[in-house]
Write a protein that binds this ligand. Sequence first.
Ligand SMILES: *Cc1c(COP(=O)(O)O)cnc(C)c1O
Length: 216
Amino acid sequence: MHKIITNLNSIKEELKTKIVDYDKLNVIAVSKTFSLNQIQPLIDHGHLHYGENKVQEALEKWSEIKKINNDIKLHMIGKLQSNKVKFAVKLFDYIHSVDSEKLANKIASEEIKIGRKLKIFAQVNIGEEQQKSGINKNEIKDLILFCKDIKLDLIGLMCIPPDYKDPTNYFKEMSEINRSFGFSDLSMGMSSDYLNAAVNSATYLRIGSGIFGPRD
Ligand SMILES: *Cc1c(COP(=O)(O)O)cnc(C)c1O
């Protein structure tokens, strides 16, 4: 069996034995920087959720394959520039990185234009780091209300906790905030901390190197 399939299977096995709500978990294979050739074995294996962080790269890799495989779900997990929203709304099924009313508005109007509805996460800068994207904690409520007003299908919150720190408390805090707004989906956890995130009620795990191996 191909190495990346073995990797994915052992991650899923681990989650299955340790997470009670395993059935609610979705593993997004983060395929950024990997070529379609490298991803193909996982597609052939039947895996459906893939994550990319650049619109241009995603367009080149996924436009054709998504036409012939309707079940594939593509997740935009990186920062989304206003001028790329048009292309993103056509291609992606989920956007995890909504962090302003301006971006939310742009997405909503593109959705209406082409009659397509994406699932949306609002990104929270849970570590309140200057260099990180995402809204601050005190802005969450306003953004959620705004998204509801403009009829975005907001399904939960997303975060990338600070590097090189124990993420446990950030995950716990995200889980509480997410629940307080009545969301049942939560996007958090990467290769180094997906189990911790899943224990703290993440439902979408974004796993790249743990499946595909190290990126250059
Ligand atoms: C690259 C990336 C991931 C995956 O990171 P790995 O450490 O390779 O699992 C997850 N989330 C976001 C937002 C990313 O940009």
